[in-house]
Design a protein around this ligand. Structure first.
Ligand SMILES: *Cc1c(COP(=O)(O)O)cnc(C)c1O
Length: 401
């Protein structure tokens, strides 16, 4: 992939050749994230977005503490969805008021921790609102709360839909007026709404449409509140290209539209801070997964490169994390970047399951035992979204380079 240059046939991450990185890691397999690429991505976004729009990082995309720390210093806030993520966010030292806590099924323990930290809780149900108020009373703290709305529209052509129809996320839009009444009857510091309709979208028109509908909905619902809306998390959904034919998102029309929206917001909800929360768009393209060819074998005319890494570290690349039809992530032989003669191979992991495929029938330079396989677009939903303990192979290392 173009974001990683190479020298003398070896891929470079942050200017460091792959074999040296491997030595630093204590060997393969490992994940490496390029901090320069993360910084560039965030800087590009900040240039494109209106200044009034706050940029948040959704930690679940990549919760490596060094990555979270690095990003927190460059964004306006962090979004968390568990006690563990909350603690990671608090450890960065950012203002608790710039942390929001979403996710269905928050336990009393999590609500208590969120209240004690002073972060904004995105309530996902009427029950959560009541439990949060009771916990606030118990701790003598007035909890900050935003209501997650399950919108009455869907984000079109999104990889994962998280709003519209019947969903475990948020409170249905039509029930928000009643939920606001409940909030106002309790001792809660209502800030606004969280409206997240989906993720991994590569169509700027779909994102623009969702943002427009989100603002319309927020304005309509805010009319039912007796205090002004101060906070509007409009979700994100910015996708990254993974597969052949995927085209990079064009930020320009999204940016132009956001300038228009912030104008409308200023008139209609003048006290509201708009927030965009992004995960994979900030980190996905900065990361690679690296494993090593352990065996090269042939079976009935096909070549198999068997590696020491697989779905236990990178479930998404194996096609088992939300893909309907399995497609290959972009891969390379990271130690043979300047060889142009190729052969067709299957790259598989060491697990005793036919699901453990890294790439099927790809054309790559001829690799031998000891060569390093690189899986690109692996900075998000990699290690933390994988069943590391399956088959009891050793744990792997992550590096921010
Ligand atoms: C997962 C999630 C995100 C991040 O999604 P990406 O596709 O990684 O940008 C943002 N907001 C919420 C509420 C999420 O659950």
């Amino acid at each position: 992939m173009s974001q990683f240059p190479s020298r003398d046939g070896c891929l470079l991450v942050g200017g460091v050749p792959l074999p040296l990185l491997s030595a630093r890691a204590g060997g393969t397999p490992f994940y490496a994230y390029d901090r320069g690429l993360i910084a560039d991505r965030i800087a590009g976004l900040k240039d494109a977005l209106p200044e009034a729009v706050h940029l948040h990082y959704a930690i679940k995309a990549n919760p490596m503490p060094a990555v979270v720390d690095y990003i927190s210093a460059r964004t306006n806030g962090l979004d968390v969805a568990s006690l563990g993520e909350l603690q990671l966010a608090m450890d960065t030292g950012i203002e608790p008021d710039h942390i929001s806590f979403a996710g269905p099924g928050k336990t009393d323990m999590e609500l208590r921790a969120a209240t004690a930290c002073g972060v904004i809780v995105n309530a996902e149900s009427e029950g959560e609102i009541e439990r949060l108020a009771a916990i606030g009373n118990e701790l003598g703290i007035r909890p900050a709360l935003s209501i997650r709305v399950n919108p009455d529209f869907e984000l079109k052509s999104s990889g994962m839909k998280m709003g519209g129809g019947a969903k475990p996320f948020g409170i249905d839009a039509e029930r928000i007026p009643a939920a606001l009444k409940k909030v106002e009857s309790l001792d809660l510091d209502w800030r606004g709404f969280h409206i997240f309709s989906g993720s991994q979208n590569l169509r700027q028109e779909a994102i623009i449409e969702a943002q427009k509908k989100t603002l319309d909905l927020a304005c309509r619902l805010a009319d039912h509140a007796s205090t002004p809306l101060r906070w509007l998390n409009m979700g994100g959904g910015f996708g990254i290209p993974y597969f052949p034919g995927d085209t990079r998102l064009d930020l320009k029309p999204i940016s132009e539209h956001l300038f228009e929206l912030t104008g409308i917001l200023k008139r209609r909800l003048p006290e509201a801070t708009p927030v965009i929360e992004l995960g994979r768009y900030l980190v996905g393209e900065s990361g690679i997964y690296v494993c090593e060819v352990v065996d090269r074998k042939e079976s009935r005319g096909e070549i198999f490169l068997v590696t020491n890494g697989g779905l236990h570290h990178h479930l998404a690349a194996s096609g088992n994390f939300g893909q309907v039809i399995r497609k290959n992530y972009p891969v390379a032989i990271g130690t043979r970047m300047n060889e142009s003669r190729t052969e067709t191979v299957n790259i598989v992991g060491p697990l005793c399951t036919p699901l453990d495929i890294i790439a099927a029938k790809v054309d790559l330079p001829r690799a031998r035992t000891g060569d390093l396989i690189v899986v690109f677009q692996s900075g998000a939903y990699g290690l933390s979204a994988s069943p590391q303990y399956f088959l009891s192979h050793p744990a792997i290392r992550e590096m921010l380079v």
